[in-house]
Design a protein around this ligand. Structure first.
Ligand code: GAL
Length: 383
């Protein structure tokens, strides 16, 4: 039985500049259904008209040129993802200002794969003609792929990379992201350069660098590969390493702070290097040193990955030693260009991708990473 739709008289968000009244589904008991998962990403488009009239607007006729993009996020509170979405919305707005009939709906899966599967089915039912999916569980895309395939709706997976066999299940599946190996290698190179330039940072003079790793989610390709490649690159460049601690902090600043406090308490001033899988966790490490009242001269070198706005500010302030730029803007631009081409039926040969980037195997678009020191951080922040 189809759910009823009610409208509540509250301003909730924006669909391309217009304040919308939120319409929510109610189930048989009359209770609102899953309203909390509509994403509140800054400037994101909320699930307003979508539930009554299609994906972010009037139900499109297949092939009428209208573009209705359904975006499903694994977690709207992830800093990198919310910055990527802010760029994505900017590209959608640009296209709209060129007169294209384009609209977006964004749903937050709140880290639940079953919820994400349901959202995808609902977005298709509501008229989306292309989907962008930031998988919750990158090993479990099958239900989404089956639903999309049954309805002939192309899917662009982004940021959380599914295994190649899954991406090959259908020709209308794509991936936009970056090369995790490269981020780990560049972080390892940056840390190597730092210790070669600053031998005095081997504070206890024992010839090895005592280090800890703050790792993102267990099982996430970026977390596993970044850690391995960062450490291996340092070792193969002649730096002796001595691992004194390790913690999983799920990409999260607050979790990283508390894990880092424990590592500081367990190791005293013995930590000479923190390798964090992302900027938010590097910022959590900085918070921990600040919170413990340790003078900055006694801090270890702290490296992140992402180049989020706050991460770049920390590099400029000198509290974060360096980061690796994860090109959120390039990924957003590529994803929007691909979504537009797929939904409007234009050729994929003329996609407007960032300079030097091309689609590989008709499936993958990967944006390069870049090392960011204090000088580069200023350039990126002023862009
Ligand atoms: C990574 C990014 C992390 C986090 C994660 C979520 O690429 O560096 O900060 O956003 O994706 O999947």
């Amino acid at each position: 039985m189809r759910k009823r739709v009610i409208q509540i008289g509250k301003k909730t968000g924006y669909v391309h500049g217009k304040v919308q009244m939120m319409r929510i589904k109610v189930n048989k008991s009359g209770r609102p259904a899953r309203m909390r998962r509509v994403a509140a990403v800054p400037a994101a488009v909320l699930a307003a008209a979508v539930f009554v009239s299609g994906c972010g607007g009037t139900s499109p006729q297949r092939g009428d040129g209208s573009v209705r993009i359904g975006v499903s996020l694994y977690d709207q509170y992830d800093t990198f993802i919310s910055e990527l979405m802010a760029s994505f919305n900017g590209y959608v707005d640009n296209r709209k200002s060129e007169g294209v009939d384009i609209a977006t709906i964004v749903q937050d899966a709140s880290k639940s794969q079953p919820a994400q599967n349901e959202d995808v089915a609902e977005m298709i039912e509501n008229g989306c003609n292309v989907l962008c999916v930031n998988l919750v569980d990158r090993t479990a895309p099958t239900e989404i792929i089956d639903t999309a395939r049954k309805n002939d709706i192309p899917v662009i997976f982004f940021n959380r990379e599914l295994v190649e066999e899954d991406l090959m299940q259908w020709d209308k599946l794509y991936y936009v992201g970056a090369d995790a190996f490269q981020s780990g290698t560049l972080q390892g190179e940056m840390a190597t350069e730092y210790f070669k330039e600053h031998p005095e940072e081997d504070r206890n003079g024992d010839g090895s660098i005592q280090y800890v790793v703050l790792e993102g989610e267990a099982g996430h390709q970026d977390a596993i590969i970044r850690t391995e490649y960062s450490v291996d690159t340092m070792i193969s460049n002649g730096i002796l390493l001595d691992k004194v601690g390790y913690a999983i902090a799920n990409w999260n600043r607050a979790q990283a702070r508390s894990k880092m406090e424990q590592l500081i308490d367990g190791n005293g001033s013995g930590i000479e290097l923190v390798l964090a899988n992302n900027d938010d966790m590097a910022l959590g490490a900085i918070d921990a040193y600040q919170g413990r009242g340790i003078p900055t001269e006694e801090w270890p070198a702290i490296f992140g990955i992402d180049g989020t706005d706050t991460g770049l500010e920390a590099v400029i302030a000198g509290t974060m030693t360096g980061t690796i730029y994860n090109d959120k803007d390039g990924q957003a631009r590529a994803m929007e260009a691909l979504a537009y081409a797929l939904a409007s039926g234009s050729s994929l040969d003329n996609l407007q991708l960032p300079d030097g980037v091309a689609m590989q195997d008709n499936k993958y678009i990967r944006l390069p990473y870049e090392k960011v020191d204090m000088e580069k951080a200023k350039d990126y922040l002023s862009k």
